[in-house]
Write a protein that binds this ligand. Structure first.
Ligand code: TYD
Length: 427
């Protein structure tokens, strides 16, 4: 079913799926309904604050057959990804993480002869730049015009496209097959995962490897990372549905590692199926971990919903209480996930004075739906508040290390998930 939302004069399209995007089963089971929210990266300029923003349903459900946790509602991808405000280079953590990822991939699958490495959703080239000067030539595929342009300017050849079978065919014609294909934090963004898996399979050299990172459903459940639910994130992956996807396209999951980024992610290595090629022990290990956490048990998802409701009750209560005592609170970081949190918990400019963020493109804008102004970090350092809500909690370590001065002066960080708490804990 396709319907149009015409709130605020903007005609935006959203489609409700009736079937699982991996196995096609019907009867998706509801996990949690986060209401109608604006798009998480649709930061608002001051001139448009009076205009009503388009809102879209945000409902999480689970496939009764393959177990894929997914959004029911799919927003038109050109609305989400043609202009983008997220830059991989906006933290210190991600560039270092990508450097380690590329080094490991080259060691294991790089080979000794010249070859090609393609990244699907290559953003500003932060990952691919690690390949400059190696035996593998980098090529990025990135749908956001503004970001693809920046990558090209930084010397990373980047095509401004959504990855697809025709794009894979064009790469094969112009460059030949790829020894490495990377997709970091993009598979969850893609509605037609079959198109992408089949295109990646076609693009790989015989012994090439497709290296994928996706946030892990297990960690989202365990640490109640419900704010990572927003319209860009269509799938929340665990191994069984992924393995089903790969098998359908002649691919085999050969290795999986649990990595700490984005609240806990999986790094998957996928290769063509071939006689004698077998998964490493890591695959069985992560499967067992998921079983222990009860990912195949509906009670796990009911418990998650209860814990999400508790955050919506407790977090605004804590913050309002602090305001009443005369404290000043700001938001730390303006990630997309912060906007799920703020909208769902109804935290706005009456609670947060402003949100600081290092991304120049976000500064001066306002958060979608809740209209909290985003300022540059200097404001925070010149006139520190008493409390900072750690919206970018996935960078807790980096931020706490950077803000030792704020902490020493008595400032407090509040982390919203898995339950609102002071970090470091209250003395
Ligand atoms: P991130 O959590 O990576 O992404 P998502 O949008 O997918 O939820 O975004 C982190 C945001 O936090 C990004 O806008 C940069 C910002 N940030 C700071 O402002 N200061 C910091 O010290 C760090 C690490 C991030």
């Amino acid at each position: 079913m396709t319907r149009s939302t015409t709130t605020g004069g903007a005609t935006a399209r959203v489609r409700a799926r009736g079937t699982c995007r991996i196995c096609g089963a019907r009867g998706l089971q509801s996990i949690v309904d986060l209401g109608r929210t604006p798009l998480a990266n649709a930061f608002v300029p001051a001139t448009l604050l009076k205009r009503a923003e388009p809102r879209f349903p945000l409902r999480l459900a689970r496939c009764p057959d393959c177990g894929l946790v997914q959004l029911r509602d799919v927003v038109d991808r050109s609305l989400l990804f043609r202009k983008y405000l997220y830059f991989s280079s906006s933290s210190g953590t991600m560039p270092a993480h990508f450097a380690g990822l590329v080094e490991a991939a080259l060691r294991r699958h790089g080979g000794k002869t010249p070859g090609l490495a393609v990244e699907i959703g290559s953003n500003d080239g932060t990952l691919l730049r690690n390949l400059l000067g190696t035996t593998l030539r980098p090529l990025g595929i990135e749908p956001a015009r503004n970001i693809a342009q920046q990558a090209n300017e930084r010397g990373i050849p980047t095509w401004n496209e959504f990855f697809s079978k025709p794009v894979a065919e064009r790469i094969l014609r112009e460059h030949g097959p790829a020894r490495l294909v990377f997709s970091n934090n993009v598979l969850a963004h893609i509605d037609d995962v079959h198109e992408v898996a089949s295109a990646a399979a076609r693009l790989l050299e015989e012994d090439g490897a497709w290296i994928i990172e996706v946030p892990h459903l297990a960690e989202m459940m365990r640490r109640v990372e419900f704010d990572t639910i927003y319209h860009e994130h269509l799938s929340y992956f665990s191994l069984p549905p992924l393995e089903r996807l790969f098998l359908r396209h002649g691919l085999l999951l050969v290795d999986v590692q649990q990595v700490p980024v984005h609240g806990g992610s999986l790094r998957l290595t996928v290769q063509r199926q071939r006689p004698g090629r077998k998964p490493r022990a890591s695959v069985a290990r992560v499967r067992a971990y998921e079983r222990r956490l009860g990912l195949s048990n509906p009670a796990t998802y009911r418990r998650f919903r209860t814990r999400v409701h508790a955050i919506r009750r407790d977090l605004p209560r804590l913050l309002r209480g602090l305001r009443h005592q005369g404290h000043r609170i700001v938001g730390y970081g303006a990630p997309a996930k912060g906007n799920t949190l703020l909208n769902y918990c109804r935290i706005d400019g009456t609670i947060l004075d402003y949100i600081l963020d290092t991304t120049p493109a976000k500064q001066g804008l306002f958060t979608p739906g809740t209209h909290v102004p985003i300022r540059e970090p200097g404001v925070f350092h010149r006139d520190p508040p008493t409390h900072a809500l750690l919206l970018a909690w996935n960078f807790e370590r980096e931020i706490l290390a950077k803000e030792r001065g704020f902490l020493r002066a008595g400032g407090r960080f509040i982390r919203p998930v898995p339950r609102p708490a002071y970090v470091p804990p209250k003395r």
